[in-house]
Design a protein around this ligand. Sequence first.
Ligand code: SF4
Ligand code: SF4
Length: 134
Amino acid sequence: MERGSDQSGCLQCGRCCERWGWNQRGTVEDLVPWIREGRIEILRHVGIRLKDGTRTSGIDLSLQDLPEIQQIDYWQHPDGRRMHSCPFFRRSPAGKAFCGIHEYKPAVCRDFMPWKGNSIEFAGNCPACRERSP
Ligand code: SF4
Ligand code: SF4
């Protein structure tokens, strides 16, 4: 959930992605560009529950299937087991955290901005937030 070179003041420590970057829910809107652009490397890690109760992977979806989705889970192994970390989390040789799918990250990641006070639970663990405290 690093913000790279934007205005957040994010220090790219990576704590937010390590702690919160998994066991999150997705939106149908997240899936649209991934399906349209054939982002298989992302879709293979997306867990899907359909309205009829069946479970599948994002890799098996087409745009026509989207109205049938009940729930979207981040992230899962290609064999369907839940992951307990984000498969797209990366660190540079210097230790800076970054997102391997930055241009395509889901809304739950794009909207995670603890420095704006929308994640009180996590703000205390974000060094960028602490540095902004009065
Ligand atoms: S998708 Fe990117 S921003 Fe979201 S948790 Fe994973 S590494 Fe972090
Ligand atoms: S915990 Fe805060 S400083 Fe660290 S990567 Fe996340 S937003 Fe940036």
